[in-house]
Design a protein around this ligand. Structure first.
Ligand SMILES: NC(=O)c1ccc[n+]([C@@H]2O[C@H](COP(=O)([O-])OP(=O)(O)OC[C@H]3O[C@@H](n4cnc5c(N)ncnc54)[C@H](OP(=O)(O)O)[C@@H]3O)[C@@H](O)[C@H]2O)c1
Length: 331
């Protein structure tokens, strides 16, 4: 049996970016349903911060990272959709993508179209599949129709800029919020119909103004604690609050009566990992994303690159709200 070594980033306990340690790990052969993949680039995501900090408690030691691209080196028994030599990319559990080479479940690994570079593949899988399910699979009452208003927080971020472009392609009027005027301009340039700087403007009042007092059909809220309750005030009656993250901290418990008082609202807390439970659904969602990218309807912006050894700096930059678009770790 082949055993090789790989550089990998691991934590031994939850904590700050200083817990991220570059270590050498052993990598063996893939078992049934697994592959061994040699990475070309790795995607950085906000979930990596939650798993590092302990907001999402994990067992230790933990090799972080949920997204990457690379070349398949070996496939285990029962894996039929991939072969050694294939270009591939993934968003997948369990964590472990912060490394040069790993063995992992094959189910969520997709062949990467030749027209999509490794860097783009690494940047877009987790964030792009998230934009895909939010806009295409999570539906408000009556569905999403061209012309509908939706509110998307952190619109200049990794998921945000993909969602801006996707919403525009669907004919939606996406109102994007962001933390600076520069970020607002970027969201607008990427397809947001309207933008609000939520650090200087009252976003509830602005949403009411933009929608002629009606409110939006859906709010996509990944900011969490700081925006959740005011986001409910942006919804029209029977509107849908799609909560999907906690960049500012987790949302406190919500009394169902609040949803009645604000217009019989619907509330869902979504995670990508409920959507990509089967190979078929994962591939279907990935094909939708690949189509949007290869047709040029969506451009994946990689605005930050860090060497794998500088991952702590990458985490600090992401947490300090100093990034826009996607961030990758290079090898
Ligand atoms: N549930 C899922 O399936 C799923 C999947 C992927 C991502 N997510 C969530 O979606 C969000 C976006 O993920 P991403 O990886 O693309 O990150 P990102 O949007 O590139 O970065 C997070 C952004 O959140 C905003 N933010 C607001 N308050 C913040 C605070 N107190 N601290 C840090 N950031 C704050 C910042 O933008 P501004 O400066 O413009 O406010 C920041 O740039 C994250 O919350 C992530 O957890 C959820």
């Amino acid at each position: 049996m082949t055993v090789m070594t790989s550089q990998a980033v691991r934590i031994d306990q939850h904590g700050g970016p200083e817990e991220l340690k570059l270590v050498e790990v052993q990598v063996g052969e893939p078992g049934p349903g697994q592959i061994r993949i040699r990475h070309k680039a790795i995607g950085l995501n906000f979930i990596d911060v939650y798993q590092r900090s302990g907001l999402y408690p994990m067992s230790m030691p933990l090799q972080l990272g949920m997204e990457a691209s690379g070349i398949v080196e070996a496939v285990g028994e029962g894996v039929t959709h991939l072969q050694p030599g294939d270009r591939a990319a993934y968003a997948s559990q369990p964590p472990g993508s912060y490394c040069e080479v790993r063995v992992m479940p094959a189910k969520c690994v997709c062949r990467l179209p030749d027209a999509i570079s490794f860097e783009t593949g690494a940047a877009m899988m987790l964030k792009g599949l998230t934009a895909q399910y939010l806009l295409r699979r999570v539906q408000p009452q009556g569905g999403l129709l061209p012309g509908d208003f939706v509110l998307f927080h952190a619109a200049a971020g990794g998921v945000g800029l993909i969602a801006c472009q996707w919403a525009k392609a669907l004919g939606l009027q996406l109102i994007g919020t962001a933390g600076s005027d520069e970020k607002c301009a970027l969201a607008k340039a990427n397809g947001a119909a309207f933008v609000i700087n939520y650090t200087t403007e009252d976003f509830v009042a602005r949403v009411k103004e933009i929608t002629g007092g009606q409110g939006v059909k859906v709010v996509y809220d990944s900011v969490g604690k700081d925006t959740f309750e005011r986001s409910l005030d942006c919804l029209r009656p029977f509107g849908l609050m799609a909560s999907f993250g906690n960049a500012s901290g987790p949302v406190p418990p919500v009394a169902p009566g609040l949803l009645a008082a604000k217009g019989s609202l619907y509330l869902t807390r979504q995670t990508l990992f409920s959507h990509i439970t089967t190979r078929e659904t994962t591939q279907e969602m990935a094909d939708d994303l690949f189509g949007m990218v290869t047709s040029g309807k969506i451009v994946i912006r990689i605005d930050q690159r860090f060497a794998l050894a500088d991952v702590a700096e990458a985490h600090r930059t992401l947490e300090a709200r100093k990034t826009t678009g996607c961030t990758i770790l290079t090898l």
